[in-house]
Design a protein around this ligand. Structure first.
Ligand SMILES: CC(C)(COP(=O)(O)OP(=O)(O)OC[C@H]1O[C@@H](n2cnc3c(N)ncnc32)[C@H](O)[C@@H]1OP(=O)(O)O)[C@@H](O)C(=O)NCCC(=O)NCCS
Length: 178
C-alpha cells in the first residue's frame, strides 16, 4: 500500500474510484455526511466539486493505493477559509474512509498519520474532527493520540436516516506557535 496526495489534476483522474469508495462507505452504513443509498452519479459529482477546493488550496486529499494501484482509502484536510484570518493554524480532518474490503490492514491508521504529518509540515498546529459516537473510528483516533473534546447529541442522521450523537476530537501537531 502507498499513499498519494492528489493535486487538482490527479483528483479528477481518480474520481471514479473515489466515488466507488464513498458509495461503499455510505451504503455500508458509515456516517460520513450522506444518506443511503448513495448512487454513483451523486458520489462522482461530490468528488468533482472537491477538485475546485483542492485547486484553491483549501483542501488536501490523499488516496491509499493497493498493490494494483486501486484506490482503497482516502483522507482529507480542510484548511481554514481565507476569509477566516484567525484560524491559519487549524485544519479539520475530513472523510477518512477505507473500502470495506480493505479494512483492518492498517490503511486507516496510515492515512491518519500521513495527514497529521502533512499538516505539521504545512505549519498547522491544531487538528480537529467529528465522528459518530461509538463508531469504529473512535478507537483509531483515541489510540492515535487524539483528545475527546465532547459529545453533541442528535448531531446527524446516519445513512439509514436515524439521528446519532457526534464526538468531537482534537490533536495538537507540530510545534504550537512555531
Ligand atoms: C475507521 C476506518 C477508516 C478504519 O480504517 P481501517 O483501515 O480498517 O483501520 P486500521 O486497519 O488502520 O485499524 C486502525 C485501528 O482501528 C481498529 N478498528 C478498525 N476497525 C474496527 C472496528 N470495526 N471495530 C473496532 N476497532 C476497529 C483496529 O483494530 C486498529 O486498532 P489497533 O491498531 O489497536 O488494532 C474504517 O473503518 C472506515 O472507513 N470506516 C467507515 C468510515 C468512517 O467511519 N470514517 C471515519 C469518519 S470520521
Amino acid at each position: 500500500m502507498r499513499t498519494l496526495r492528489l493535486d487538482a489534476d490527479q483528483l479528477p483522474q481518480r474520481v471514479g474510484e473515489l466515488a466507488e469508495l464513498l458509495a461503499d462507505t455510505v451504503n455500508g452504513g458509515a456516517s460520513v455526511g450522506f444518506l443511503a443509498p448513495l448512487g454513483p452519479e451523486r458520489a462522482v459529482a461530490w468528488w468533482r466539486e472537491r477538485a475546485a477546493a483542492v485547486a484553491a488550496g483549501q483542501l488536501a486529499v490523499w488516496a491509499a493505493l493497493d498493490d494494483t494501484g486501486r484506490t482503497v482509502g482516502t483522507v482529507g484536510l480542510a484548511f481554514a477559509h481565507p476569509g477566516k484570518p484567525n484560524s491559519p493554524h487549524r485544519a479539520e480532518l475530513v472523510k477518512l474512509m477505507v473500502h470495506r474490503d480493505a479494512r483492518g490492514q492498517g490503511i486507516g491508521r496510515r492515512l491518519l498519520a500521513v495527514a497529521e504529518e502533512a499538516a505539521a509540515a504545512a505549519g498547522i498546529t491544531l487538528l480537529h474532527l467529528d465522528t459518530e459516537t461509538d463508531s469504529p473510528a473512535e478507537h483509531l483516533y483515541r489510540s492515535a493520540g487524539w483528545t475527546r473534546a465532547g459529545v453533541i447529541p442528535d448531531y446527524a442522521l446516519d445513512p439509514a436516516g436515524v439521528l446519532h450523537p457526534t464526538t468531537l476530537y482534537y490533536k495538537r501537531v507540530g510545534t504550537p506557535g512555531g
